[in-house]
Design a protein around this ligand. Sequence first.
Ligand code: FEO
Length: 168
Amino acid sequence: MLTKKVEEALVSQIMKEGYSSNLYLAMASWTESEGLEGISKWLYIQADEERLHMLKIVHYVNERGGKAVIPAFEKPPIEFSGVKPMFDKVLAHEEFISTSINDIVAVCEAEKDFTTQNWIQWFVNEQIQEEKSSRAILDKLKILGEGNLYLFDRDILSLRKAEAGAES
Ligand code: FEO
C-alpha cells in the first residue's frame, strides 16, 4: 500500500512523463515538417519511450493499491527556433525530470517506503542515460555546426544505435 505522499508524488510524475511524451511528439512533428527526417524519427521514438515511462508508473500505482489519475496535459510548443535550441530544451527538460525523480526518492525515504524507493531506481538509472544521450547530441551538433544539419540529420539515429549497443 502506498502512503498518500508517495501516491501524490507518483501521480504528479505521471503528468510529467506524459508531458515529456507530448513535448517530444511536438518536436518530432515540427522537425518532420521541416524535412529533418532523422531527427524527427529520433524524437518520435523518444516520445514513445516517455509514454512507456508514464504507463510504468500508472501500472505501479494501481498495483500498489493507489489510484493512477490521468491528468490533462499542458499544450507543448508548436514551433522551435532551431535544432540546437530545441535540443537545449530536451536536455533542460531531462534535468528537470531527473530532479523530480530524485524528489520521489526523497519522499520514499521520508515515508519509509523502501519498496517504491527500490522500484524507482529504474527511473534514476534511466535519467542518467537520457541526460547522457541529450548531451551527446548537443556535442555532436557543436562539432558539426548548425550549418551542417544534413549530416546531423543523417547520423542522429546511429547515435541511438551506438548507445543501445554500448548498454547491451
Ligand atoms: Fe521519462 Fe525522459 O523522462
